[in-house]
Design a binder for this molecule. Structure first.
Ligand code: 8OZ
Length: 375
């Protein structure tokens, strides 16, 4: 029987040749926040849906200089950055591929040396993240370092951030040639910080009860939908991940509310990280019912594709799609070390592992030089 991963489908307005998605992967190879020709080559290697991804989600991309939290991650806000991305999307489309851009504001997961004017990073509340960020020292050597203490955003600054998301989305689709955008609502970054009790202690209408904590994410999503059209927008969520020191006391009712509010917006897809990002699929003390979350979404009229991620191997992925539990499966690290992951799944392997030393920063080594089955 042919693998269910190879049947075509759609995510909103985006036609997809397969169910195999390349997850967003930070690689720190964009000096000046500007995508390079090497990045275009890397994405093009993974773009042909026959051998690679049916859909590529770009590495997380800063919507504004304030949204940056790591060295040499790309941006979506200036002519040079957009020209760099145009070369990437062109190279992907030349392979018959599809690519959306992940819109990122890191909030408190940053360091003042990465911020405009050496400013403190911004956050819902002035609570430092128990997390590390990636910076270069004076010799240009990359290393992880603790995040800086953030300051709480003034309420009057929030509309500007919503505006930055919408402008970045417009830049991505209308200028840089992306097929759509994914709002990064996961992994302890700004939108997840507002959402969750561990990072949000605001006393205004963006903090406290669930409706208030979800407000920023919903305002951003509506603004991005207005900018590029509902059927070109996806969102990534991570209900229980402890990534970047984030936590919520009661994730199930929080995500039940959020997903019911997202449902009528007509998004192209919902992308859910199950468990601890890049780690175990179960988080101790934080049980979560993902099927209930999807049921709430469908019940509230949500029609987008349901994309799952985290720790999927080909067998688990085929089971998720065959059972109807998921429409799309996103693979992260596997796509770093296997640009031809789909071809390998078709052949039943062989699978090859990843060199962790070359994940963040550097050049072609561990980036564009992983071998394919064809040599
Ligand atoms: C790994 C290193 C730096 C950033 C995420 C954007 O977790 C990231 C990220 C991952 O979503």
């Amino acid at each position: 029987m042919p693998s269910p991963l190879f049947s075509p489908t759609r995510a909103g307005a985006i036609d997809l040749a397969t169910r195999i998605v390349m997850a967003p992967l930070t690689r720190n190879r964009a000096p000046g926040a500007t995508p390079t020709p090497l990045m275009a080559e890397y994405y093009a290697q993974r773009a042909n849906p026959d051998t690679g991804a049916g859909l590529i989600i770009s590495e997380a991309t800063a919507i504004s200089p304030q949204g940056q939290g790591y060295a040499d991650v790309p941006g979506l806000y200036g002519t040079e950055q957009l020209d760099g991305w145009k070369k990437v999307t062109k190279a992907v489309h030349a392979q018959g591929g599809k690519i959306v851009c992940q819109l990122w504001h890191v909030g408190r997961v940053s360091h003042h040396i990465l911020q405009p004017g050496n400013a403190d990073p911004v956050a819902p509340s002035a609570i430092r993240a128990e997390a590390k960020t990636y910076v270069f020292n004076e010799q240009g050597v990359g290393h992880f370092t603790p995040t800086s203490a953030p300051r709480a955003l003034h309420r009057h600054e929030i509309p500007g951030i919503v505006h930055d998301y919408a402008a970045a989305a417009r830049n991505a689709v209308k200028s840089a040639g992306f097929d759509g955008v994914e709002i990064h609502g996961a992994n302890g970054y700004l939108l997840d910080q507002f959402l969750k009790t561990g990072a949000n202690q605001r006393t205004d209408d963006y903090g406290g009860k669930i409706e208030n904590r979800a407000r920023l994410m919903l305002e951003v999503t509506r603004a991005v939908v207005d900018a590029v059209g509902h059927d070109r927008v996806g969102i990534r969520l991570s209900p229980v991940t402890p990534a970047n020191g984030i936590d919520d006391a009661e994730p199930q009712p929080l995500f039940d509310y959020l997903i019911r509010q997202l449902a009528p917006l007509g998004l192209a897809y919902i992308h859910v990280i199950e468990g601890a990002t890049g780690g175990p699929r179960e988080v101790p003390g934080r049980p979560f019912d993902y099927a209930a979350m999807e049921a709430a979404y469908r019940q509230a009229g949500g029609r987008g594709a349901w994309m799952v991620n985290n720790g999927y191997d080909p067998v688990l992925a085929e089971d998720a799609v065959a059972s109807g539990r998921a429409d799309l499966v996103a693979f992260g690290k596997a796509f770093i070390s296997m640009p031809d992951l789909a071809a390998r799944i078709r052949h039943g392997g062989p699978y090859q592992g990843l060199d962790k030393a070359t994940m963040y920063g550097g050049g072609a080594q561990g980036y564009t030089d992983y071998p394919t089955l064809g040599g």
